[in-house]
Design a protein around this ligand. Structure first.
Ligand code: MG
Length: 454
């Protein structure tokens, strides 16, 4: 069964509302997911949504679709994605559905599929679930239909679990009375971030808190979208500024100097905080800045790359027994909480670090090596990329090569990563080096064998 313009990935399906993403698509995928998740007899499925305008409409459709395959729906209402993941664990549910397009623009929405472990579906699980679209979705008879239950405490439990982390010094953070600027971009962050910061004794200056999905700027929390937050940090002389994406799994920072240092610093700071208390392996995806591996090196702990994609990082972290990990895009994963990116966890770790450092984080940044990341993309050639990878490895025999997801070449202070996009017919090329010129040179060198193929 095909739907034009729909982006289907391992652990989700997304599209523009009213175009590819219709009620029919949502109903079909939600029913397939419910049938797949309840294949072993456990019929409980947690449902939550972010703040998008189409969220309530799609929630009603998801409810009916899940009932039609005999699921007991536990609806937690508007909630961050990590809260949905935690609720799946709490209820020992068969899975969870998040109705959220994460950081995608305002006209998008999506379904995210969460398995019984609270992790997003793996490639194998996603394929199994989607196979039902071909073979037919087994529906419940009239006397086996599911029903809807409500759970209004999921966010409160998330906060409680976070504040109980043994090495989070809640009293010391409260005593510090941090001034914190906050931008939730009209997303689901509004239901958890102010509560968290108030619990931690912060003086909160918040903007864009109406959780109505009417994003007035691109909702991805990259530095170029954080101008308002930077101005707020300056105007209030805040110690730090936090921005969350609409489903609250990514956290970006504006530091005390009013500068957004780049999303990779969220994970670098989180690692610094956690490794002091719990030394252990660090795992990130292959497109993450060296500022994270530098912290692992500083603490003398193992560092490991995983393929791009949250579930790949989560599985690698589980296998490695990682202490901390995540993605350079502001996605902090703390296994002590759960194996999912969690912006509230990230924010608590930043405040703990500020207490422990006893100096502004801008000073911490300027005391360490800085890098520049340059991102580029070009059309994917028809030919396989193996020849490109071979040519680059031959051209740079001194680099350490990682081939688990495209090709990443690493040197002591720079790297370049080529990777075919999973959702678009392009090749992404990302490079990082001490200077912009050096990073651009790496990009140009990596493009050479690619251009020869196009
Ligand atoms: Mg997100």
């Amino acid at each position: 069964m095909g739907f034009d313009g729909l982006m289907v990935s391992v652990s989700g399906v997304r599209g523009r509302v009213g175009e590819a993403l219709t009620p029919e698509v949502i109903a079909t995928y939600a029913a397939a997911f419910g049938a797949w998740a309840s294949r072993n007899g456990n019929r409980r499925v947690v449902v939550g949504r972010d703040s998008r305008v189409s969220g309530p409409m799609f929630t009603r459709i998801v409810h009916g679709a899940l009932e039609s395959v005999g699921c007991t729906v536990i609806d937690i209402g508007m909630a961050p994605t990590p809260t949905i993941q935690l609720a799946v664990e709490h209820h020992h549910a068969a899975g969870g559905l998040g109705i959220t397009a994460s950081h995608n623009p305002i006209e998008w929405n999506a379904l995210k599929f969460i398995g019984a472990s609270g992790l997003f579906l793996s490639a194998a699980e996603g394929a199994e679930m989607r196979a039902l679209l071909e073979t037919g979705i087994p529906r419940a008879t009239w006397d086996e239909l599911g029903h809807i239950e409500r759970d209004d405490d999921a966010v409160a439990r998330h906060l409680e679990q976070l504040l109980a982390l043994p090495w989070l010094d809640v009293d010391a953070i409260r005593a510090a009375r941090f001034r914190v600027a906050l931008d939730c971009c009209h997303g689901a962050g509004s239901v958890i971030m102010p509560q968290l910061l108030t619990e931690l004794g912060c003086e909160v200056y918040a903007i864009n808190m109406e959780a109505d999905g009417k994003f007035h700027r691109p909702p991805e929390p990259v530095a170029e979208n954080l101008g308002e937050l930077a101005a707020l940090v300056k105007a209030t002389q805040a110690h730090i500024g936090f921005a969350t994406d609409p489903d609250v799994d990514r956290l970006a920072l504006v530091l005390d100097d009013g500068v957004a240092p780049g999303e990779d610093y969220t994970l670098a700071f989180a690692a610094r905080t956690v490794l002091k208390h719990r030394p252990g392996p660090v795992v990130t995806n292959l497109s993450t800045s060296k500022v994270v591996s530098d912290v692992a090196a500083e603490f003398g702990v193992p560092f490991q790359f995983a393929k791009v994609g949250e579930v790949n990082v989560a599985i690698a972290m589980r296998d490695a027994g990682a202490t901390i990990g995540g993605e350079g895009n502001g996605g902090v994963i703390l296994p002590e909480m759960h194996l999912g990116r969690d912006a509230p966890v990230g924010a608590a770790l930043m405040l703990q670090l500020m207490v422990e450092e006893g100096r502004p984080l801008s000073e911490l940044v300027s005391s360490k090596p800085r890098y520049v990341i340059v991102k580029d993309k070009l059309d994917r050639p028809d030919a396989p990329l193996d020849a490109v990878y071979e040519a680059l490895r031959a051209a740079f025999p001194d680099a350490v090569a990682d081939t688990q997801d495209g090709l990443r070449l690493d040197w002591s202070d720079r790297w370049v990563h080529l990777r075919p996009s999973g959702t678009e017919p392009i090749v992404r090329v990302i490079a990082e080096a001490p200077s912009d010129a050096d990073a651009r040179l790496l990009i140009a060198q990596a493009r050479e064998p690619l251009a020869a193929l196009v």
